[in-house]
Design a protein around this ligand. Structure first.
Ligand SMILES: *[C@@H]1O[C@H](CO)[C@@H](O)[C@H](O)[C@H]1NC(C)=O
Length: 424
C-alpha cells in the first residue's frame, strides 16, 4: 500500500516536472513565434543586401503589405528551394508546382475562394463543383511520382481543364508531386497559400453546393464586416442521404431550406456523418432547422470539422497531420483557439455526394492521428496562451475560446497561474 502510494507520488512529481519542462519548451517556441508573428512591423519587408546587415529598418515603411523584394538573393534562390522551406513541415521530398494551370484574370480581393484537394477519381465531381460555384477555386492535385501514373494523370487533368471553359475562368491548379499516399494538411495549405482572395472556404470536393451562399455573403455588409474583423468563420451546414444510393443524383437534391426540411422530416436526409456526432454535431442541427438568422456555435468541441468560410490570413493547418482522422479538426481547432468564432448560415446547406471510402487506410491512420492530436492540442494551448498573455489580450474576448478549450487539459490552469505570477 505504502509502496504504491510512494510510486504514485513519484509519478505525480515526474508528471509535474514533465509539465514544467514542456512549458519551458513551449515558452521558448512561443516566444520565437511571438516575436515573428504578432507584430507585422517586426518583419523586414526588404531583405537586406548581404553587405548591409546593420542597416535593417525594423519599422519598415511599407509595413509588411508589399511584395517581398529578395534583395541580392534572387541570384541564388530558386522557386523550388523557396517552396521546399515554405512546406518544410511536410514529408520530404515533395515538389510543389504552383499554378500548373492558372485562371485568366484576377478575382476581386474580397471574394471567397474554395480551397480543395482532388485525386484523379474525383475529377468528375470537381468539374461539377466548378460549373456550379462560378467563383474562384484553388485546388491542390496530388501527383504520384511514378512516371506512368504521373503522365496518365497529367493527361487526364489536361483534358479536364481544357474541356471546360469555366476552369480557365475560375480555377488555379497546383500540383504536389511525391511518393507519399497523402498528406492532407499540407495539400490544404498549398491550396490556401496560392488562393488569390482575402477569404477561403475549406471544402471537400464531394459536396454539392445547394444554395448560392457566396453571393449572399459577399452582398451582406454585416457578414463581410465580421470576416474583415478576422474573428469569424461562417459555417455552411452539411447533410447526407440516409440511403447512400440517393446521394448520386444531385439533380434531385433540395435547393431551398423548405425542401431540405421536407426531406429531413421524411427521414431521407440527415446531418453529415450522423454516426460520428462530434464531427458536425456542434452545429446543433435542431437549431439549424428552426433558425431564420445567423447563429453562433455554442457547443464547440475539438472534433468539430464543419465546412467554414474564413479569412485567408489565419493560422495554417499543421502539416504533421498527414492521413485520415483529426486533420481538418486540427486546422479548425487552431483557428478557434486563435480567437475565431464559428457562426452558422441559417438557410444554406451542402449535401454529400455518395462515393466509396478507403476504409482500411482510414482506420489505421485515425488511430495514429488521435495520439498526435492529443499532443498537438496541449502544445497549441501553451503556445497561444503565452502569446495572448504577452500581447496583453489574455483578458479580452480573443482568449475566450482558448480558455474554455484549454481548461479541459490537466494542469493547464495551474501552469498559467504560475506563469502569470512570474510576469507580474
Ligand atoms: C440546440 O438548439 C435547440 C433549439 O434552439 C435548443 O433547444 C438546444 O438547447 C440546443 N442544444 C444545446 C445542447 O445547446
Amino acid at each position: 500500500m505504502r509502496a504504491a502510494e510512494g510510486s504514485k507520488s513519484i509519478t505525480k512529481i515526474l508528471y509535474y516536472l514533465f509539465l514544467i519542462y514542456t512549458f519551458c519548451a513551449v515558452l521558448y517556441t512561443a516566444n520565437y513565434f511571438y516575436h515573428t508573428y504578432t507584430s507585422e512591423k517586426a518583419i523586414p519587408d526588404v531583405l537586406p543586401q548581404s553587405n548591409d546587415l546593420k542597416g535593417i529598418n525594423i519599422q519598415s515603411a511599407n509595413s509588411g503589405k508589399d511584395a517581398i523584394k529578395w534583395g541580392g538573393m534572387q541570384d541564388v534562390m530558386t522557386e523550388e528551394f523557396f517552396l521546399s522551406k515554405v512546406f518544410a513541415e511536410s514529408l520530404q521530398p515533395t515538389q510543389v508546382i504552383p499554378y500548373y494551370f492558372r485562371a485568366q484574370g484576377t478575382p476581386p480581393k474580397e471574394d471567397i475562394t474554395i480551397t480543395t484537394l482532388i485525386t484523379a477519381n474525383r475529377f468528375k465531381v470537381f468539374d461539377r463543383l466548378v460549373n456550379h460555384y462560378k467563383g474562384p477555386i484553388s485546388v491542390t492535385i496530388h501527383v504520384n511520382d511514378v512516371p506512368h501514373k504521373r503522365n496518365a494523370l497529367l493527361a487526364q487533368l489536361n483534358d479536364l481543364y481544357h474541356g471546360n471553359p469555366l476552369m480557365k475562368k475560375f480555377v488555379d491548379v497546383h500540383l504536389v508531386i511525391d511518393k507519399f499516399e497523402r498528406q492532407f494538411n499540407m495539400w490544404r495549405n498549398v491550396a490556401k497559400f496560392f488562393a488569390r482572395t482575402d477569404y477561403v472556404m475549406m471544402l471537400d470536393v464531394d459536396f454539392y453546393l445547394c444554395t448560392n451562399f457566396r453571393e449572399k455573403i459577399l452582398n451582406d455588409e454585416r457578414l463581410m464586416n465580421m470576416l474583415r474583423a478576422k474573428n469569424t468563420g461562417i459555417i455552411i451546414t452539411a447533410f447526407e442521404y440516409v440511403n447512400q444510393a440517393d446521394g448520386y443524383e444531385h439533380e434531385k437534391f433540395p435547393k431551398t431550406k423548405t425542401d431540405l426540411l421536407k426531406q429531413v422530416q421524411a427521414g431521407q436526409l440527415d446531418m453529415f456523418h450522423a454516426f460520428w456526432w462530434r464531427g458536425h454535431g456542434s452545429t446543433n442541427y435542431t437549431r439549424f432547422y428552426e433558425a431564420d438568422q445567423l447563429y453562433k456555435v455554442t457547443q464547440y468541441q475539438h472534433h468539430y470539422e464543419p465546412y467554414v468560410i474564413f479569412p485567408k490570413d489565419s493560422p495554417w493547418c499543421d502539416e504533421r497531420f498527414i492521413g485520415y482522422g483529426a486533420n481538418k479538426a486540427a486546422c479548425l481547432f487552431e483557428l478557434y483557439l486563435s480567437g475565431v468564432d464559428y457562426w452558422v448560415m441559417p438557410d444554406d446547406f451542402l449535401i454529400h455526394q455518395s462515393h466509396e471510402y478507403l476504409e482500411n487506410a482510414r482506420r489505421m491512420e485515425r488511430k495514429y492521428n488521435k495520439k498526435l492530436y492529443d499532443h498537438f492540442r496541449e502544445e497549441l494551448c501553451f503556445r497561444y496562451a503565452r502569446n495572448f498573455i504577452n500581447s496583453g489580450v489574455w483578458s479580452t474576448s480573443v482568449a475566450k475560446n482558448l480558455k474554455t478549450e484549454c481548461n479541459k487539459i490537466r494542469g493547464f490552469n495551474q501552469a498559467i497561474k504560475y506563469f502569470s505570477s512570474l510576469e507580474s
